[in-house]
Design a protein around this ligand. Structure first.
Ligand code: NAP
Length: 456
């Protein structure tokens, strides 16, 4: 019998899991998938990106768990490309390597004062409240009356909503314990969200915009002048018109104020962060919309300035992909250069998810994207463009496990992850939460390998 096609997937977020699912569901191909993950836990942004108060979005993890239960699937957590294994070593051991490494860096604003304490990337704040081990020790200044969030995407709404939500509500979620404790002592009374373009150009999805009063138990402050009459509304895309309808409802109804209110302001750009050691205020430029030659609506500075007093400024202006050593990289877009998922000028290497198309779309968008990459890979196999390893070089699952565990005991297999998962869920069930997350790598590894957790 012909041995299976072996594919290494690097990255265990939605993109990686959808690719694994697409490979393992093809009856006409016998495939073995080994998934490598730098952290001790799988699921990427489903665990560390999706907000804790959005459990319905996280429920997609049951699809990933089903893929992981496949006999031909193996998980290797706490194994980092570049640190523990090299690209060449993977290419030596697999017929194909598929990178699903996401876009984990933040984008900066490039304005004076951005380096001051109190000026932070929303990416870090999201990692912190979601218990990502890289951010567990971070501290954010919540002892300020006002926070400002820059950007009009769903990440901006996530962080603004978490900052405004009553903590009793958050306490029923899987938010990291350290974040819950800090938010309980927060002095924030107002969160201002700034969009550089108009309400019709915001990137929010309507569901996320509409749920704000219910989740924060407060009204949302929108200036009627900015939304009641939007120019050329008929030309706007459907999403923008739906968003506008919600924003108008907010502008018309002065809803009762909760402990913390959210303010949405449009046509405002950050110009400068000011303060001695830490952020004390933000200088904001007032914009107007201008149409470019290619028909895009851009924010143009009118020269008018406003000052917002604040001790915490979170920039939520998008994620950015990082290069994968040895692969061609498009610096402007932050993606590995590829054609339909096939890495350009490379052999047997593929990409999917944010590192392939950039940081856009919702979790489900990655499914279509992964299906396209897997179709490219299998078509390359059929046409002879993807040439498999010869028999002598083939590595069985046992060989791979022996290679990875040689000299190190901390590789997290699927069985180890099951232990972590059960431990967190058990801890959660005692206190009426979906899970209580372990947020330190040392604790995750201890539970993974059935060791006692050392108290710190
Ligand atoms: P995003 O949707 O691309 O939004 C980025 C925002 O930042 C845009 O409003 C953009 O404005 C603004 N921006 C960029 N540069 C700026 C600058 N220099 N100054 C001021 N504003 C600037 O990115 P994201 O919010 O990080 O989300 C990433 C992806 O994850 C999106 O596809 C999002 O829908 C998805 N996501 C989904 C959910 C969910 O479904 N619940 C939750 C979180 C994230 P312009 O439009 O003017 O460029």
């Amino acid at each position: 019998m012909k041995p299976p096609l072996t594919v290494a997937i690097v990255g265990s977020g939605p993109a990686g899991f959808y690719a694994a699912g697409a490979l393992l569901s093809r009856d006409e191909f016998d495939v073995r998938v080994d998934m490598y993950e730098r952290l001790p836990t799988p699921w990427g942004l489903v665990r560390f990106g999706v907000a804790p108060d959005h459990p319905q979005i996280k429920s997609v993890s049951s699809v990933f768990a089903k893929t992981a239960s496949h006999d031909a699937f193996h998980f290797y957590g706490n194994v980092e490309l570049g640190r523990d294994v090299t690209r060449e070593e993977l290419l030596d051991r697999y017929d194909a390597v598929l990178y699903a490494v996401g876009a984990r860096a933040d984008r900066s604003l490039g304005i004076p004062g951005e380096h001051l304490d109190g000026s932070v990337a929303a990416v870090d704040f999201v990692g912190w409240y979601n218990g990502h081990p890289d951010y567990a020790d971070h501290e954010f200044n919540l002892q300020t009356k006002r926070a400002v969030v820059i950007g009009n995407g769903n990440v901006a709404l996530d962080v603004a909503r978490i900052l405004c939500s009553p903590t009793e509500r958050l306490a029923t979620t899987d938010i990291a314990d350290h974040a819950l404790a800090a938010l309980r002592h927060s002095s924030i009374e107002e969160v201002v969200v700034l969009g550089r373009r108009g309400p019709g150009q915001a990137a929010f999805t309507t569901l996320e915009l509409r749920e704000l009063p219910e989740f924060t138990e407060s009204g949302v402050d929108v200036d009627p002048e900015q939304v009641l009459e939007a120019p050329d509304e008929a030309t706007l895309p459907k999403l923008a018109r739906r968003n506008l309808a919600v924003l108008r409802d907010y502008a018309r109804s002065p809803a009762p104020r909760g402990a913390r209110r959210m303010v949405l302001r449009f046509l405002r750009s950050p110009i400068e962060l000011r303060g001695t050691d830490r952020v004390e205020d933000l200088v904001v430029g007032v914009n107007e919309l201008r149409t470019t030659d290619d028909g895009r609506l851009m924010a143009a500075d009118t020269g008018l300035r406003e000052i917002i007093e604040t001790g915490l400024v979170l920039r939520a202006v998008g994620y950015r992909g990082l290069p994968v050593a040895g692969l061609p990289f498009d610096n402007d877009r932050g993606v590995v250069t590829n054609d339909g998922g096939r890495v350009r000028d490379a052999e047997r290497e593929y990409v999917t998810g944010w590192i392939k198309r950039g940081p856009t779309g919702i979790i489900g968008t990655n499914k279509k994207d992964a299906v396209e990459t897997v179709a490219t890979l299998l078509s390359d196999l059929s046409t002879g463009r993807l040439i498999r390893h010869s028999e002598g070089l083939r590595h069985a699952h046992a060989d791979i496990t022996a290679w990875l565990t040689d000299g190190r005991k901390d590789v997290v297999t699927e069985e180890c992850w099951q232990r972590i998962d059960a431990f967190e869920r058990d801890a959660g069930s005692i206190v009426g939460r979906p899970r209580v997350k372990l947020c330190q790598t040392s604790k995750l590894l201890a539970v993974a390998h059935g060791r006692e957790i050392e108290s710190q």
